[in-house]
Design a protein around this ligand. Structure first.
Ligand SMILES: Cc1ncc(C[n+]2csc(CCOP(=O)(O)OP(=O)(O)O)c2C)c(N)n1
Length: 539
Protein backbone atom coordinates (compact mmCIF):
# COMPACT_ATOMS: atom_id res chain seq x y z
CA UNK A 1 0.00 0.00 0.00
CA UNK A 2 1.01 3.58 -0.56
CA UNK A 3 0.02 6.54 1.57
CA UNK A 4 -2.81 7.51 -0.81
CA UNK A 5 -4.17 3.94 -0.68
CA UNK A 6 -4.28 4.15 3.10
CA UNK A 7 -6.01 7.53 2.97
CA UNK A 8 -8.58 6.36 0.42
CA UNK A 9 -9.36 3.11 2.19
CA UNK A 10 -9.64 4.79 5.59
CA UNK A 11 -12.10 7.34 4.22
CA UNK A 12 -14.22 4.57 2.70
CA UNK A 13 -14.12 2.59 5.95
CA UNK A 14 -15.31 5.69 7.77
CA UNK A 15 -18.44 5.81 5.62
CA UNK A 16 -17.31 8.41 3.10
CA UNK A 17 -18.31 6.61 -0.09
CA UNK A 18 -18.84 9.55 -2.47
CA UNK A 19 -16.12 12.14 -3.08
CA UNK A 20 -16.68 15.44 -4.89
CA UNK A 21 -13.82 17.37 -6.35
CA UNK A 22 -11.77 18.82 -9.13
CA UNK A 23 -8.70 16.77 -9.97
CA UNK A 24 -5.22 18.17 -10.51
CA UNK A 25 -1.75 16.71 -10.11
CA UNK A 26 -1.92 17.23 -6.35
CA UNK A 27 -4.97 15.03 -5.75
CA UNK A 28 -5.00 12.76 -8.81
CA UNK A 29 -3.55 9.66 -7.19
CA UNK A 30 -5.57 9.86 -3.99
CA UNK A 31 -8.76 10.31 -6.02
CA UNK A 32 -7.81 7.42 -8.31
CA UNK A 33 -7.10 5.24 -5.26
CA UNK A 34 -10.51 6.16 -3.84
CA UNK A 35 -12.21 5.06 -7.06
CA UNK A 36 -10.07 1.92 -7.38
CA UNK A 37 -11.21 0.86 -3.92
CA UNK A 38 -14.88 1.22 -4.70
CA UNK A 39 -15.60 4.88 -3.95
CA UNK A 40 -17.66 7.04 -6.29
CA UNK A 41 -16.05 10.24 -7.54
CA UNK A 42 -18.12 13.14 -8.82
CA UNK A 43 -16.24 15.73 -10.86
CA UNK A 44 -17.46 19.24 -10.11
CA UNK A 45 -16.61 22.22 -12.34
CA UNK A 46 -15.32 24.41 -9.51
CA UNK A 47 -13.91 23.45 -6.12
CA UNK A 48 -16.42 25.75 -4.43
CA UNK A 49 -19.10 23.56 -5.94
CA UNK A 50 -17.32 20.39 -4.88
CA UNK A 51 -17.17 21.50 -1.24
CA UNK A 52 -20.87 22.44 -1.29
CA UNK A 53 -21.84 19.12 -2.89
CA UNK A 54 -19.89 17.20 -0.24
CA UNK A 55 -21.45 19.30 2.54
CA UNK A 56 -25.01 18.71 1.34
CA UNK A 57 -24.36 15.02 0.68
CA UNK A 58 -23.24 14.67 4.30
CA UNK A 59 -26.23 16.64 5.61
CA UNK A 60 -28.72 14.50 3.71
CA UNK A 61 -27.14 11.08 4.30
CA UNK A 62 -25.87 11.70 7.82
CA UNK A 63 -22.56 10.15 6.72
CA UNK A 64 -19.06 11.57 6.28
CA UNK A 65 -18.72 14.10 3.44
CA UNK A 66 -15.65 13.87 1.21
CA UNK A 67 -14.09 16.53 -0.99
CA UNK A 68 -10.89 16.20 -3.03
CA UNK A 69 -8.90 19.23 -4.21
CA UNK A 70 -5.60 20.23 -5.76
CA UNK A 71 -3.13 22.15 -3.61
CA UNK A 72 -3.03 25.95 -3.52
CA UNK A 73 -5.74 27.33 -5.85
CA UNK A 74 -7.74 24.11 -5.63
CA UNK A 75 -8.09 24.69 -1.91
CA UNK A 76 -8.58 28.48 -2.09
CA UNK A 77 -11.42 27.93 -4.56
CA UNK A 78 -13.11 25.60 -2.10
CA UNK A 79 -12.88 27.97 0.86
CA UNK A 80 -16.39 29.45 0.94
CA UNK A 81 -17.95 25.99 0.91
CA UNK A 82 -15.49 24.84 3.57
CA UNK A 83 -16.35 27.82 5.78
CA UNK A 84 -20.06 27.05 5.54
CA UNK A 85 -19.51 23.37 6.33
CA UNK A 86 -17.24 24.18 9.28
CA UNK A 87 -19.68 26.68 10.77
CA UNK A 88 -22.50 24.17 10.36
CA UNK A 89 -20.46 21.41 12.00
CA UNK A 90 -20.72 19.13 8.98
CA UNK A 91 -18.54 16.03 9.41
CA UNK A 92 -16.49 16.48 6.26
CA UNK A 93 -13.00 15.55 5.17
CA UNK A 94 -11.22 17.62 2.54
CA UNK A 95 -8.39 15.67 0.92
CA UNK A 96 -6.06 18.45 -0.14
CA UNK A 97 -2.82 18.05 -2.05
CA UNK A 98 -0.01 20.10 -0.54
CA UNK A 99 3.43 21.21 -1.61
CA UNK A 100 6.38 19.24 -0.19
CA UNK A 101 7.78 20.84 2.95
CA UNK A 102 11.01 21.68 1.14
CA UNK A 103 9.40 23.13 -2.00
CA UNK A 104 9.61 26.68 -0.77
CA UNK A 105 9.41 28.20 -4.23
CA UNK A 106 6.47 26.23 -5.58
CA UNK A 107 3.89 28.51 -7.24
CA UNK A 108 1.20 26.55 -5.42
CA UNK A 109 2.65 27.18 -1.98
CA UNK A 110 0.51 28.95 0.59
CA UNK A 111 -0.04 28.33 4.28
CA UNK A 112 -2.94 25.92 3.75
CA UNK A 113 -3.34 25.08 7.43
CA UNK A 114 -3.57 28.72 8.48
CA UNK A 115 -6.10 29.40 5.76
CA UNK A 116 -8.53 26.64 6.69
CA UNK A 117 -8.16 27.31 10.41
CA UNK A 118 -8.99 30.95 9.76
CA UNK A 119 -12.51 30.01 8.63
CA UNK A 120 -13.15 27.59 11.48
CA UNK A 121 -12.16 24.33 9.81
CA UNK A 122 -9.57 22.00 11.31
CA UNK A 123 -6.22 21.48 9.62
CA UNK A 124 -4.40 18.18 9.80
CA UNK A 125 -1.64 16.58 7.82
CA UNK A 126 -0.20 13.25 6.75
CA UNK A 127 3.36 13.73 7.97
CA UNK A 128 4.98 10.69 6.43
CA UNK A 129 4.56 6.99 5.68
CA UNK A 130 5.36 5.97 9.26
CA UNK A 131 2.54 8.07 10.71
CA UNK A 132 0.06 7.98 7.79
CA UNK A 133 -2.34 5.50 9.38
CA UNK A 134 -2.51 7.45 12.62
CA UNK A 135 -2.69 10.78 10.82
CA UNK A 136 -5.69 9.89 8.71
CA UNK A 137 -7.39 8.11 11.58
CA UNK A 138 -7.01 11.18 13.80
CA UNK A 139 -8.41 13.42 11.07
CA UNK A 140 -11.40 11.14 10.50
CA UNK A 141 -12.14 10.84 14.21
CA UNK A 142 -12.19 14.60 14.55
CA UNK A 143 -14.49 14.93 11.55
CA UNK A 144 -16.92 12.25 12.66
CA UNK A 145 -16.86 12.32 16.44
CA UNK A 146 -16.29 16.04 16.96
CA UNK A 147 -18.47 16.93 13.95
CA UNK A 148 -15.81 19.01 12.26
CA UNK A 149 -14.80 19.93 8.77
CA UNK A 150 -11.21 18.74 8.53
CA UNK A 151 -8.76 19.54 5.74
CA UNK A 152 -6.20 16.74 5.57
CA UNK A 153 -3.06 17.97 3.82
CA UNK A 154 -1.35 15.40 1.63
CA UNK A 155 2.16 16.60 0.71
CA UNK A 156 3.14 15.51 -2.79
CA UNK A 157 6.39 13.90 -1.69
CA UNK A 158 4.60 11.74 0.89
CA UNK A 159 1.64 10.58 -1.21
CA UNK A 160 3.37 7.78 -3.14
CA UNK A 161 5.48 6.32 -0.36
CA UNK A 162 4.97 2.77 0.82
CA UNK A 163 3.23 2.33 4.09
CA UNK A 164 2.09 -0.60 6.19
CA UNK A 165 -0.48 -1.42 8.81
CA UNK A 166 -4.13 -2.36 9.01
CA UNK A 167 -7.01 0.04 8.82
CA UNK A 168 -9.40 -0.05 11.71
CA UNK A 169 -12.98 0.99 11.49
CA UNK A 170 -13.82 4.13 13.44
CA UNK A 171 -16.27 2.90 16.01
CA UNK A 172 -19.28 4.94 17.00
CA UNK A 173 -19.01 6.73 20.29
CA UNK A 174 -22.08 7.96 22.10
CA UNK A 175 -22.28 11.78 22.22
CA UNK A 176 -21.07 13.43 25.44
CA UNK A 177 -23.31 12.36 28.31
CA UNK A 178 -24.64 15.23 30.39
CA UNK A 179 -23.79 15.66 34.06
CA UNK A 180 -26.64 14.26 36.24
CA UNK A 181 -26.90 17.51 38.24
CA UNK A 182 -27.58 19.52 35.09
CA UNK A 183 -30.03 16.87 33.89
CA UNK A 184 -31.91 17.25 37.17
CA UNK A 185 -31.90 21.03 36.79
CA UNK A 186 -33.35 20.77 33.30
CA UNK A 187 -35.96 18.30 34.57
CA UNK A 188 -36.86 20.85 37.29
CA UNK A 189 -37.25 23.54 34.65
CA UNK A 190 -39.58 21.42 32.53
CA UNK A 191 -41.48 20.05 35.51
CA UNK A 192 -42.17 23.53 36.79
CA UNK A 193 -43.43 24.87 33.46
CA UNK A 194 -47.09 25.17 32.44
CA UNK A 195 -46.28 25.95 28.81
CA UNK A 196 -42.90 24.40 27.93
CA UNK A 197 -41.43 24.51 24.47
CA UNK A 198 -38.69 22.34 22.97
CA UNK A 199 -36.71 24.02 20.22
CA UNK A 200 -34.46 21.87 18.04
CA UNK A 201 -31.57 23.16 15.96
CA UNK A 202 -28.85 21.75 13.79
CA UNK A 203 -27.20 20.06 16.78
CA UNK A 204 -30.39 18.05 17.32
CA UNK A 205 -30.39 17.05 13.66
CA UNK A 206 -26.76 15.95 13.85
CA UNK A 207 -27.53 13.97 17.00
CA UNK A 208 -30.63 12.31 15.42
CA UNK A 209 -32.66 13.49 18.41
CA UNK A 210 -36.16 13.55 16.86
CA UNK A 211 -37.58 10.51 18.59
CA UNK A 212 -36.17 11.42 22.02
CA UNK A 213 -37.42 15.01 21.75
CA UNK A 214 -40.89 13.94 20.64
CA UNK A 215 -41.13 11.60 23.62
CA UNK A 216 -39.94 14.37 25.94
CA UNK A 217 -42.55 16.67 24.44
CA UNK A 218 -45.23 14.05 25.01
CA UNK A 219 -44.33 13.64 28.67
CA UNK A 220 -44.07 17.34 29.46
CA UNK A 221 -46.90 18.64 27.27
CA UNK A 222 -44.44 20.82 25.40
CA UNK A 223 -44.99 22.36 22.02
CA UNK A 224 -42.23 21.82 19.49
CA UNK A 225 -40.37 24.19 17.18
CA UNK A 226 -37.11 24.32 15.26
CA UNK A 227 -34.58 26.86 14.17
CA UNK A 228 -34.45 27.36 10.40
CA UNK A 229 -31.47 24.99 10.33
CA UNK A 230 -33.53 22.30 12.07
CA UNK A 231 -36.58 22.72 9.82
CA UNK A 232 -38.33 19.46 9.03
CA UNK A 233 -37.30 17.74 12.23
CA UNK A 234 -40.86 17.54 13.59
CA UNK A 235 -42.65 17.33 10.22
CA UNK A 236 -46.07 15.77 10.68
CA UNK A 237 -46.15 16.15 14.47
CA UNK A 238 -49.44 17.86 15.41
CA UNK A 239 -47.71 19.92 18.12
CA UNK A 240 -45.07 21.35 15.82
CA UNK A 241 -45.18 25.15 15.53
CA UNK A 242 -42.63 25.06 12.72
CA UNK A 243 -39.76 27.50 12.48
CA UNK A 244 -38.91 29.94 15.26
CA UNK A 245 -37.39 33.16 13.96
CA UNK A 246 -37.90 35.44 11.00
CA UNK A 247 -39.75 32.70 9.12
CA UNK A 248 -42.10 31.95 12.04
CA UNK A 249 -45.77 31.82 11.08
CA UNK A 250 -48.06 34.41 12.70
CA UNK A 251 -49.42 31.68 14.98
CA UNK A 252 -45.93 30.61 16.04
CA UNK A 253 -44.94 34.23 16.61
CA UNK A 254 -48.02 34.62 18.82
CA UNK A 255 -47.43 31.45 20.86
CA UNK A 256 -43.64 31.34 21.24
CA UNK A 257 -43.40 34.33 23.62
CA UNK A 258 -46.13 32.72 25.76
CA UNK A 259 -43.90 29.77 26.62
CA UNK A 260 -42.79 29.91 30.25
CA UNK A 261 -39.83 27.61 29.54
CA UNK A 262 -37.94 27.17 26.29
CA UNK A 263 -35.32 24.47 26.03
CA UNK A 264 -33.05 24.75 23.01
CA UNK A 265 -31.45 21.49 21.90
CA UNK A 266 -28.47 22.11 19.65
CA UNK A 267 -29.75 25.56 18.73
CA UNK A 268 -27.86 28.72 19.56
CA UNK A 269 -30.88 31.03 19.85
CA UNK A 270 -29.30 33.61 17.58
CA UNK A 271 -30.95 36.90 16.65
CA UNK A 272 -32.39 35.08 13.61
CA UNK A 273 -33.96 32.27 15.65
CA UNK A 274 -35.44 34.61 18.27
CA UNK A 275 -36.24 37.67 16.11
CA UNK A 276 -33.75 39.67 18.09
CA UNK A 277 -35.02 38.19 21.33
CA UNK A 278 -38.63 39.16 20.60
CA UNK A 279 -39.89 35.56 20.47
CA UNK A 280 -38.73 34.86 24.01
CA UNK A 281 -41.07 36.29 26.61
CA UNK A 282 -39.67 38.56 29.35
CA UNK A 283 -40.30 35.96 32.04
CA UNK A 284 -39.56 32.86 29.97
CA UNK A 285 -36.91 30.67 31.54
CA UNK A 286 -34.40 29.36 29.03
CA UNK A 287 -32.57 26.06 29.00
CA UNK A 288 -29.82 25.20 26.57
CA UNK A 289 -28.29 21.88 25.60
CA UNK A 290 -25.19 21.89 23.47
CA UNK A 291 -21.86 20.18 22.96
CA UNK A 292 -20.10 23.56 22.78
CA UNK A 293 -19.36 25.20 26.11
CA UNK A 294 -18.98 28.59 24.50
CA UNK A 295 -22.61 28.86 23.44
CA UNK A 296 -24.06 27.76 26.74
CA UNK A 297 -25.48 30.82 28.36
CA UNK A 298 -28.92 30.20 29.84
CA UNK A 299 -30.91 29.82 33.06
CA UNK A 300 -30.14 26.11 32.87
CA UNK A 301 -27.18 25.02 30.74
CA UNK A 302 -26.38 21.42 29.93
CA UNK A 303 -23.19 20.36 28.24
CA UNK A 304 -24.24 17.30 26.30
CA UNK A 305 -25.39 15.72 23.12
CA UNK A 306 -28.98 16.66 22.20
CA UNK A 307 -30.27 13.09 22.01
CA UNK A 308 -28.38 11.80 25.04
CA UNK A 309 -29.62 14.74 27.10
CA UNK A 310 -33.24 14.44 25.95
CA UNK A 311 -33.17 10.75 26.88
CA UNK A 312 -31.59 11.47 30.27
CA UNK A 313 -34.14 14.16 31.14
CA UNK A 314 -36.93 11.88 30.01
CA UNK A 315 -35.65 9.10 32.27
CA UNK A 316 -35.39 11.55 35.17
CA UNK A 317 -38.98 12.77 34.67
CA UNK A 318 -40.22 9.20 34.37
CA UNK A 319 -38.46 8.34 37.63
CA UNK A 320 -40.13 11.32 39.27
CA UNK A 321 -43.51 10.22 37.90
CA UNK A 322 -43.96 13.58 36.19
CA UNK A 323 -46.43 13.70 33.35
CA UNK A 324 -48.25 16.84 32.18
CA UNK A 325 -50.52 17.98 29.37
CA UNK A 326 -48.90 21.41 29.36
CA UNK A 327 -50.51 23.40 26.59
CA UNK A 328 -51.41 20.43 24.46
CA UNK A 329 -55.15 21.04 24.23
CA UNK A 330 -57.61 20.65 21.38
CA UNK A 331 -57.80 24.35 20.61
CA UNK A 332 -54.04 24.61 20.20
CA UNK A 333 -53.93 21.50 18.06
CA UNK A 334 -56.66 22.84 15.78
CA UNK A 335 -54.98 26.22 15.52
CA UNK A 336 -51.66 24.62 14.54
CA UNK A 337 -53.34 22.50 11.86
CA UNK A 338 -55.30 25.41 10.40
CA UNK A 339 -52.82 28.27 10.52
CA UNK A 340 -49.79 27.11 8.57
CA UNK A 341 -48.06 29.77 6.49
CA UNK A 342 -49.99 28.71 3.43
CA UNK A 343 -53.28 29.27 5.24
CA UNK A 344 -52.46 32.92 5.97
CA UNK A 345 -53.90 35.31 3.37
CA UNK A 346 -51.61 37.64 1.41
CA UNK A 347 -52.11 40.23 -1.32
CA UNK A 348 -51.07 38.42 -4.48
CA UNK A 349 -48.76 40.82 -6.32
CA UNK A 350 -48.67 38.82 -9.57
CA UNK A 351 -48.94 40.93 -12.73
CA UNK A 352 -49.03 40.11 -16.45
CA UNK A 353 -45.23 40.13 -16.47
CA UNK A 354 -44.34 38.85 -13.02
CA UNK A 355 -45.36 36.13 -10.62
CA UNK A 356 -45.67 36.76 -6.89
CA UNK A 357 -42.92 34.68 -5.20
CA UNK A 358 -45.40 33.45 -2.58
CA UNK A 359 -47.91 32.31 -5.21
CA UNK A 360 -45.04 30.64 -7.05
CA UNK A 361 -43.91 28.72 -3.97
CA UNK A 362 -47.41 27.61 -2.99
CA UNK A 363 -48.04 26.39 -6.56
CA UNK A 364 -44.81 24.39 -6.43
CA UNK A 365 -45.79 22.90 -3.07
CA UNK A 366 -49.02 21.69 -4.69
CA UNK A 367 -47.36 20.41 -7.85
CA UNK A 368 -44.35 18.56 -6.49
CA UNK A 369 -44.31 15.13 -4.81
CA UNK A 370 -44.12 15.23 -1.01
CA UNK A 371 -41.01 13.07 -1.00
CA UNK A 372 -38.62 15.90 -1.76
CA UNK A 373 -35.40 17.54 -0.67
CA UNK A 374 -35.68 21.32 -0.63
CA UNK A 375 -32.34 23.11 -0.94
CA UNK A 376 -32.22 26.87 -0.51
CA UNK A 377 -29.57 29.39 -1.53
CA UNK A 378 -29.23 32.75 0.24
CA UNK A 379 -30.90 36.03 -0.66
CA UNK A 380 -34.17 37.90 -0.22
CA UNK A 381 -36.17 35.00 -1.66
CA UNK A 382 -34.83 32.43 0.81
CA UNK A 383 -37.70 32.62 3.30
CA UNK A 384 -40.37 31.64 0.79
CA UNK A 385 -39.42 27.94 0.41
CA UNK A 386 -39.26 27.14 4.14
CA UNK A 387 -42.44 29.12 4.75
CA UNK A 388 -44.60 27.77 1.95
CA UNK A 389 -43.15 24.37 0.99
CA UNK A 390 -43.46 21.26 3.11
CA UNK A 391 -40.53 18.92 3.67
CA UNK A 392 -40.79 15.29 4.81
CA UNK A 393 -38.11 15.45 7.52
CA UNK A 394 -34.90 17.24 8.51
CA UNK A 395 -32.91 15.42 5.81
CA UNK A 396 -35.38 16.88 3.33
CA UNK A 397 -34.24 20.44 3.99
CA UNK A 398 -30.77 21.77 3.22
CA UNK A 399 -30.25 25.31 4.42
CA UNK A 400 -26.63 26.37 4.21
CA UNK A 401 -26.88 29.72 5.97
CA UNK A 402 -24.19 29.54 8.64
CA UNK A 403 -21.92 31.76 6.54
CA UNK A 404 -24.77 33.53 4.73
CA UNK A 405 -23.05 33.18 1.40
CA UNK A 406 -24.98 33.37 -1.83
CA UNK A 407 -24.12 30.97 -4.63
CA UNK A 408 -23.92 27.69 -2.69
CA UNK A 409 -27.42 26.36 -3.36
CA UNK A 410 -27.06 24.83 -6.81
CA UNK A 411 -24.04 22.74 -5.83
CA UNK A 412 -25.69 21.84 -2.51
CA UNK A 413 -28.65 20.56 -4.52
CA UNK A 414 -26.40 18.36 -6.65
CA UNK A 415 -24.92 16.75 -3.53
CA UNK A 416 -28.43 16.30 -2.11
CA UNK A 417 -29.76 14.78 -5.33
CA UNK A 418 -26.94 12.23 -5.36
CA UNK A 419 -27.60 11.46 -1.69
CA UNK A 420 -31.33 10.81 -2.15
CA UNK A 421 -32.12 9.74 -5.70
CA UNK A 422 -35.48 8.45 -4.47
CA UNK A 423 -36.59 11.98 -3.64
CA UNK A 424 -37.09 14.94 -5.95
CA UNK A 425 -34.47 17.58 -5.23
CA UNK A 426 -35.72 21.15 -5.53
CA UNK A 427 -33.11 23.90 -5.61
CA UNK A 428 -34.53 27.33 -4.75
CA UNK A 429 -32.11 29.95 -6.04
CA UNK A 430 -31.86 33.67 -6.65
CA UNK A 431 -30.67 34.93 -10.01
CA UNK A 432 -27.62 36.40 -8.27
CA UNK A 433 -26.72 33.13 -6.55
CA UNK A 434 -27.24 31.15 -9.75
CA UNK A 435 -25.06 33.45 -11.86
CA UNK A 436 -22.31 32.97 -9.27
CA UNK A 437 -22.38 29.17 -9.55
CA UNK A 438 -23.96 28.25 -12.85
CA UNK A 439 -21.03 26.21 -14.13
CA UNK A 440 -22.37 23.37 -12.00
CA UNK A 441 -25.46 23.12 -14.21
CA UNK A 442 -23.21 21.16 -16.55
CA UNK A 443 -22.40 18.79 -13.66
CA UNK A 444 -26.10 18.22 -13.00
CA UNK A 445 -26.74 17.59 -16.70
CA UNK A 446 -23.74 15.27 -17.09
CA UNK A 447 -24.96 13.22 -14.14
CA UNK A 448 -28.53 13.26 -15.54
CA UNK A 449 -29.83 14.31 -12.14
CA UNK A 450 -33.58 14.66 -11.74
CA UNK A 451 -33.13 18.10 -10.26
CA UNK A 452 -35.61 20.95 -10.35
CA UNK A 453 -33.87 24.33 -10.13
CA UNK A 454 -36.26 27.20 -9.50
CA UNK A 455 -34.75 30.65 -9.97
CA UNK A 456 -36.56 33.47 -8.19
CA UNK A 457 -35.44 35.91 -10.86
CA UNK A 458 -35.97 39.56 -9.91
CA UNK A 459 -33.06 40.71 -12.11
CA UNK A 460 -31.35 42.13 -9.04
CA UNK A 461 -29.54 41.45 -5.82
CA UNK A 462 -32.96 41.80 -4.27
CA UNK A 463 -31.73 41.62 -0.68
CA UNK A 464 -29.58 44.69 -1.34
CA UNK A 465 -32.38 46.48 -3.20
CA UNK A 466 -34.69 46.05 -0.22
CA UNK A 467 -31.93 46.86 2.25
CA UNK A 468 -30.69 50.08 0.69
CA UNK A 469 -33.67 51.25 -1.36
CA UNK A 470 -35.58 52.66 1.61
CA UNK A 471 -32.56 54.83 2.47
CA UNK A 472 -32.72 56.59 -0.89
CA UNK A 473 -29.59 55.02 -2.42
CA UNK A 474 -29.14 54.73 -6.17
CA UNK A 475 -29.79 51.04 -6.82
CA UNK A 476 -28.11 50.86 -10.23
CA UNK A 477 -25.19 48.92 -8.75
CA UNK A 478 -27.40 46.06 -7.59
CA UNK A 479 -29.82 45.80 -10.54
CA UNK A 480 -29.18 43.91 -13.76
CA UNK A 481 -30.73 43.63 -17.18
CA UNK A 482 -33.26 40.83 -17.41
CA UNK A 483 -31.26 37.71 -18.32
CA UNK A 484 -32.74 34.77 -20.21
CA UNK A 485 -31.58 32.21 -17.66
CA UNK A 486 -33.67 29.50 -19.33
CA UNK A 487 -31.58 29.93 -22.50
CA UNK A 488 -28.35 29.73 -20.50
CA UNK A 489 -29.56 26.51 -18.89
CA UNK A 490 -30.46 25.01 -22.27
CA UNK A 491 -26.94 25.83 -23.38
CA UNK A 492 -25.66 23.62 -20.57
CA UNK A 493 -27.95 20.83 -21.73
CA UNK A 494 -30.76 21.21 -19.19
CA UNK A 495 -34.44 21.49 -19.93
CA UNK A 496 -35.76 24.94 -19.09
CA UNK A 497 -38.92 27.00 -19.00
CA UNK A 498 -39.72 30.64 -18.27
CA UNK A 499 -42.60 31.29 -15.88
CA UNK A 500 -44.48 34.55 -15.40
CA UNK A 501 -47.63 32.98 -13.94
CA UNK A 502 -48.84 29.83 -12.18
CA UNK A 503 -50.20 28.30 -15.45
CA UNK A 504 -46.70 28.71 -16.93
CA UNK A 505 -45.55 26.05 -14.43
CA UNK A 506 -47.66 23.34 -16.09
CA UNK A 507 -44.74 21.73 -18.02
CA UNK A 508 -43.23 20.74 -14.64
CA UNK A 509 -45.92 18.05 -14.27
CA UNK A 510 -44.93 16.45 -17.54
CA UNK A 511 -41.21 16.71 -16.68
CA UNK A 512 -41.89 14.96 -13.36
CA UNK A 513 -43.04 11.90 -15.31
CA UNK A 514 -39.68 11.71 -17.12
CA UNK A 515 -37.03 13.40 -14.93
CA UNK A 516 -34.27 12.37 -17.32
CA UNK A 517 -32.22 15.51 -16.81
CA UNK A 518 -32.46 18.70 -14.79
CA UNK A 519 -35.23 21.22 -15.36
CA UNK A 520 -34.63 24.89 -14.65
CA UNK A 521 -37.54 27.24 -14.10
CA UNK A 522 -36.65 30.88 -14.76
CA UNK A 523 -39.42 32.42 -12.68
CA UNK A 524 -39.76 36.12 -13.31
CA UNK A 525 -40.82 37.22 -9.84
CA UNK A 526 -42.25 40.60 -8.94
CA UNK A 527 -39.21 42.57 -7.73
CA UNK A 528 -41.38 44.89 -5.62
CA UNK A 529 -42.48 42.22 -3.15
CA UNK A 530 -40.35 42.59 0.00
CA UNK A 531 -40.46 39.72 2.50
CA UNK A 532 -41.63 40.89 5.90
CA UNK A 533 -38.90 39.01 7.76
CA UNK A 534 -36.25 40.85 5.77
CA UNK A 535 -37.92 44.23 6.17
CA UNK A 536 -37.98 43.60 9.91
CA UNK A 537 -34.32 42.49 10.00
CA UNK A 538 -33.19 45.56 8.08
CA UNK A 539 -35.18 47.83 10.34
C1 LIG B 1 -20.71 35.42 -1.66
C2 LIG B 1 -21.58 36.55 -1.25
N1 LIG B 1 -21.45 37.75 -1.88
C3 LIG B 1 -22.28 38.76 -1.55
C4 LIG B 1 -23.21 38.62 -0.58
C5 LIG B 1 -24.12 39.77 -0.21
N2 LIG B 1 -25.48 39.46 -0.68
C6 LIG B 1 -26.41 38.99 0.15
S1 LIG B 1 -27.87 38.71 -0.60
C7 LIG B 1 -27.28 39.23 -2.07
C8 LIG B 1 -28.17 39.27 -3.27
C9 LIG B 1 -28.62 37.93 -3.73
O1 LIG B 1 -29.30 38.07 -4.95
P1 LIG B 1 -30.12 36.89 -5.53
O2 LIG B 1 -29.36 35.63 -5.47
O3 LIG B 1 -30.61 37.29 -6.87
O4 LIG B 1 -31.36 36.75 -4.53
P2 LIG B 1 -32.42 37.90 -4.12
O5 LIG B 1 -31.84 38.62 -2.97
O6 LIG B 1 -32.60 38.77 -5.34
O7 LIG B 1 -33.66 37.16 -3.78
C10 LIG B 1 -25.94 39.62 -1.97
C11 LIG B 1 -25.14 40.13 -3.09
C12 LIG B 1 -23.28 37.37 0.08
N3 LIG B 1 -24.16 37.14 1.05
N4 LIG B 1 -22.48 36.37 -0.31
Amino acid sequence: MTVVDVVARSVLEAGGDVAFGVVGSGNFTVTAAFVAQGGRFVAARHEGGAACMADAHARVTGRLGVCSVHQGPGLTNAMTGIAEAAKSRTPLIVLAGDTPAAALRSNFRIDQAAMVEAVGATADRVYGPATALDDVRRALRRALLERRTVALMLPLDVQGQDCEGSIERIGELPGPAPDPATVAALADLLQGAQRPLLLAGRGAVLAAARDALERLGERTGALLATSAMGHGMFAGNPWNLGISGGFASPLAAELLPQADAIVAFGAQLTRWTTRDGGLIGPRTRVGKVDVELGTLEADVAVLGDARATAEAVLAELEARGHEARGWRDDATRTAIAGRRWRDEPFDDASTAEHIDPRALTIALDDLLPEQRTVVVDSGHFMGFPPMYMGVPDAAGFVFTQSFQSIGLGLANAIGAAIARPDRLTVAALGDGGLMMSMQELETAVRLRLPLLAVVYNDAAYGAEVHHFGPHGHDLGIVRFPDTDIAALARGAGAEAITARSVPDLAPIAEWLERRERPLLVDAKVNPDVCAEWLEEAFR
